[in-house]
Structure formats: C-alpha cells, structure tokens
Design a protein around this ligand. Structure first.
Ligand code: G4P
Length: 282
C-alpha cells in the first residue's frame, strides 16, 4: 500500500518544535491507545532529551481496557510517566495534573536549591495529527482559554495557558508526523484514519481490517453485521454489503460503500473497543 506524504509541512512543524522545546520543562506526548507505538514518532526521543516525559494514552475509550493497562505498564517500565485518558469526555484529567507535578519534581527541587521559588512548570503537548492534542488542551484548560493565543495578528511571541499556579501549557501543540518503514504501521495508522488512504485502496484497507478483527476480536463482525466471519477479507466485505444493502445499479454489491461503512463504524467506536497492537508483539 502507498500512503500520501506532506514533507513541506513536516519540516516546518519540526522546526517549530525544535524552537519551542527549548522553552519547556515537560513534554506531554499523546499517543492513540489503539496503536500506542505506531502513533509515536521516534524523533521525539531525540528532540526531548533531558526533558521530563509524560505519555498519555488518549482515546482510551476506543481501546480494550486490559490492553490499556498493559500499555501503561509497558511505558512505565521504559521510564516514562504514563496515564490513560479520554480527552473528549475529560476522563483522566485529574491524574494528569497530579502526574505533571510528579514528573517535574526533580526540576522543582533543583529550583528550590537555587532559591527559585514558585516558578511554574512549563509543558508542551505533542503528537501526530488527529491524535487529540487540541481536545486535550481544551480539556485541561477549559475551552475559552485554549484558543486565545491562536488568532493571527493578536499573538506576539508564545502564548501560555496557566492551568494552575504550578503549571503553564504552551497553547500551540507540537505536530509530529507518523513515521514508518514497516507497512503494518502504515496500515494501522490508516485503519484509525490518521493517514489518508488512496481512494482506490479503501476496499483493500477495509478487507485487511476485517481479517484483523476476525483473528483478534472474533465475533465482532458477526454481531454487528450478521455475517459469517471469513479469513478472506473481501468475503467479509461482501457480507457487509449484503447486510447493509450496499448495492450498485443492477443489484451488484457496492464493496467500496461497504468498506467506507466499516471503516467509519470502526473509527467511531461502533464496533466496540478494539486495540490494534499489543505490547508483547513489539
Ligand atoms: P489534533 O489536535 O491532535 O489534530 O486532534 P483533535 O484534538 O482535533 O482530535 C481529533 C479527533 O479525535 C476529534 O474528532 C476529537 O473529538 C477526537 N478525540 C480526541 N480525543 C478523544 C478521545 O479521548 N476519545 C475519542 N473517542 N475521541 C477523541 P473529530 O471527529 O475530528 O471531531 P468531533 O467528532 O469531536 O466533532
């Protein structure tokens, strides 16, 4: 499969992040709970050297709870602070506030020794497009203040959102592009809708998803679409087209429509909570 790239955007975003990272103490990195590794850009480890690091497993409402727990443990074992959140509903925000303090304790102690008291921790939210950065900033800060720094012509210099007396957040998130040589990583990103599939490949993408679901979440397709799950992804697509009456002229099955329907159902959580990658496989 081939995915589209936007190298111009990428360079600009990276340059902005390099500038901003100098100003902050803590990096709050958002990943998608359904694909916690595939939704990371490894460049962040290099960019964020010497900074406190917090990983948030966002959209945890769309992933299976047992795997959310396993992924949190995975990241904690690697030395990150990690919390699962649902930015859309505001779930986990209190833990985030607490963990920010914990993650920056060393810095606060260092400040104290130097006689610097009450300097707030400065943090930046980073992540790949669509992972939920703006939603998180809104959830942490309250909708009204999150947007204040974004108006062209109004903003001079950096805008900081004061979350409380101890924490300030840069109001513009750092955008990282997903990175992969491994095509399964690209496939997972396309399944959750983070990279655009080419129009012609929608069916292939959806057929692949049905194969994954049949193997790792058996019963999901049968329950939702009343079909008999097959190993052949296109067989499953035909089943979806039949059950949902996706038809072309002359009663031929409209597989593209069925593919879109499936991807849409999956991305919006209508197939239930599904995790697409697992810690022991990585
Ligand atoms: P970005 O800044 O990183 O690009 O992402 P953004 O906040 O715009 O969020 C992208 C989409 O993900 C939005 O949906 C948003 O509502 C959704 N989202 C963010 N956090 C969560 C979460 O924890 N759980 C779930 N289920 N969804 C989340 P959208 O379809 O673009 O808009 P809308 O449906 O909210 O109108």
């Amino acid at each position: 499969m081939h995915f589209q790239w936007y190298p111009g955007h990428m360079t600009k975003a990276k340059r902005m992040m390099q500038e901003n990272i100098k100003l902050i103490d803590l990096i709050i990195e958002l990943v998608d709970a359904r694909i916690p590794l595939s939704s990371r850009n490894p460049d962040i480890d290099e960019l964020g050297k010497n900074k406190a690091r917090l990983i948030l497993l966002n959209k945890s409402d769309l992933a299976e709870e047992k795997w959310n727990t396993a992924w949190i443990e995975y990241f904690q074992e690697k030395g990150f602070f990690a919390v699962k959140v649902n930015s859309k509903k505001g779930g986990g925000m209190k833990s985030v506030q607490e963990v920010i303090q914990e993650a920056c304790r060393e810095k606060t102690e260092r400040d104290k020794k130097r006689g610097i008291l009450n300097r707030p921790v400065r943090a930046m939210v980073v992540g790949i497009p669509n992972v939920g950065k703006s939603t998180l900033i809104n959830a942490l800060a309250g909708k009204a203040c999150a947007k204040t720094g974004n108006k062209p012509g109004v903003t001079k210099g950096k805008q900081w959102i004061r979350l409380n007396k101890n924490v300030e957040l840069l109001d513009t998130p750092g955008i990282l592009w997903p990175k992969f040589e491994d095509q399964t990583v690209g496939l997972r990103l396309a399944w959750i809708g983070s990279i655009k599939e080419e129009l012609l490949q929608t069916e292939e993408l959806a057929a692949g998803l049905t194969r994954f679901l049949a193997a790792h979440a058996p019963g999901t397709l049968a329950e939702k679409y009343g079909l008999e799950e097959a190993e052949d992804g296109f067989e499953n697509l035909r089943g979806i087209a039949e059950s949902r009456h996706c038809l072309l002229k002359g009663s031929e099955l409209d597989l593209e429509k069925a593919a879109r329907l499936l991807l849409d159902d999956f991305r919006n959580g209508r197939l239930g909570r599904v995790t697409l990658e697992f810690p022991q496989n990585v």
